[in-house]
Design a protein around this ligand. Structure first.
Ligand SMILES: Cc1cc2nc3c(=O)[nH]c(=O)nc-3n(C[C@H](O)[C@H](O)[C@H](O)COP(=O)(O)OP(=O)(O)OC[C@H]3O[C@@H](n4cnc5c(N)ncnc54)[C@H](O)[C@@H]3O)c2cc1C
Length: 313
């Protein structure tokens, strides 16, 4: 089959790899400049900072199989077994940042970036996708992995109706600060990450301690309620507020360079119970972390499940 995947985040790339390995012809489209979606790593000067997902855990044997291969290939490494207390569950990170996991998965795929899909329409022979530059792509089936509100917009002109729970699925947003420091902060306890340290931040990650940055660089993520309250403010204003809130965590270090980041669709609030959804009368499949759970593992399992469904169709 000719299968299109919309979204080169973890879910789309896992699905595309499985389908490619089963000899289907797969084309992946993403509106971003690169692959990864919420697996995102940014360079500021020589510093390297993860600004989306910070780490991941593994609970299912199915995901463990893939992670074991990534460990052997040096794509990921174990960061720690918990923040504060060790709970025996490994926290893994991309060895060159989380986006490197996506780059690794994309290696043998036909991935087209800077391609924003604007509509997905069932056609007599399958599906037709239209992009914002007016071009179209015809395929036998499509896997759409964008966050659900974006998927709803993509399907607006089609006859496909999503179940009400999916249609109205809401996401928590996240505001983040990337801060490059002139020296290490000694206020972030080993292993270089703290969860829910105060009223502003849900996570602070030390990218040097995590082993991805050659120089001191911290990632700050704000709580959903703080993020919601400030989301529509100018980015510059948000950056000032976050730098101010970050001060107690910097110790004697100074911020020498920083960026703020808005994640509008960071975390789905009530994920769908099944690992993917198929339109009743069209070869249109929805997948992503809104299905198998709002984390890296959920996104991966959703991608694997939708590929399995397509292969046995
Ligand atoms: C700030 C933050 C921190 C997080 N921290 C963690 C963590 O520590 N651990 C953890 O396990 N999880 C974490 N997560 C969640 C994790 O990142 C996600 O669950 C996972 O990456 C989602 O993958 P996905 O493939 O489902 O979606 P995405 O990664 O969002 O991929 C969807 C892709 O679709 C593309 N797209 C959207 N619309 C279109 C369109 N019209 N045309 C073409 N392409 C389109 C997007 O560009 C994107 O690349 C975090 C998320 C955020 C935002």
């Amino acid at each position: 089959m000719h299968i299109a995947v919309i979204g080169a985040g973890l879910s789309g790339l896992m699905a595309a790899n499985e389908l490619h390995r089963a000899h289907h012809t797969v084309t992946v489209f993403d509106k971003g400049r690169g692959v990864g979606g919420r697996l995102a790593t940014r360079r500021i000067d020589t510093a390297v900072l993860d600004h989306g997902a910070q780490f991941f855990t593994v609970r299912s044997p199915q995901f463990a199989e893939h992670v074991d291969a990534w460990l052997q290939e040096g794509v990921v490494h174990e960061w720690c077994q918990g923040f504060g207390e060790h709970d025996g569950h490994s926290r893994y990170v991309g060895s060159q940042g989380m986006a490197a996991i996506a780059k690794h998965l994309a290696t043998s795929l036909d991935v087209r970036v800077n391609c924003t899909a604007v509509s997905v329409l069932p056609s007599p022979s399958g599906v037709e996708i239209t992009f914002d530059d007016g071009t179209t792509h015809s395929c036998d089936a499509v896997v759409v992995t964008s966050p659900i509100p974006q998927t709803v917009a993509l399907l607006a002109q089609s006859v496909i109706e999503l179940p009400q729970q999916l249609h109205s699925l809401e996401y928590d947003c996240t505001l983040g600060l990337l801060a490059v420091l002139n020296s290490s902060s000694h206020n972030i306890p080993a292993p270089g990450g703290v969860q829910n340290p105060d009223d502003t931040f849900s996570f602070i990650g030390d990218n040097l301690a995590k082993g991805i940055s050659p120089m001191p660089a911290l990632t700050f993520h704000a709580h959903p309620h703080w993020s919601r309250q400030h989301f529509e403010h100018e980015l510059e204003h948000i950056q000032d507020l976050l730098i101010h809130a970050a001060q107690p965590w910097l110790g004697s270090a100074d911020v020498i360079s920083s960026q703020a980041k808005k994640w509008r669709y960071a975390t789905p609030q009530q994920p769908w119970a099944e690992p993917f959804w198929k339109a009743p009368h069209a070869p249109v499949f929805l997948a992503g972390d809104a299905f198998a759970g709002p984390k890296i593992e959920g996104a991966a399992l959703s991608g694997l499940a939708v590929a399995q469904a397509l292969m046995s169709a």
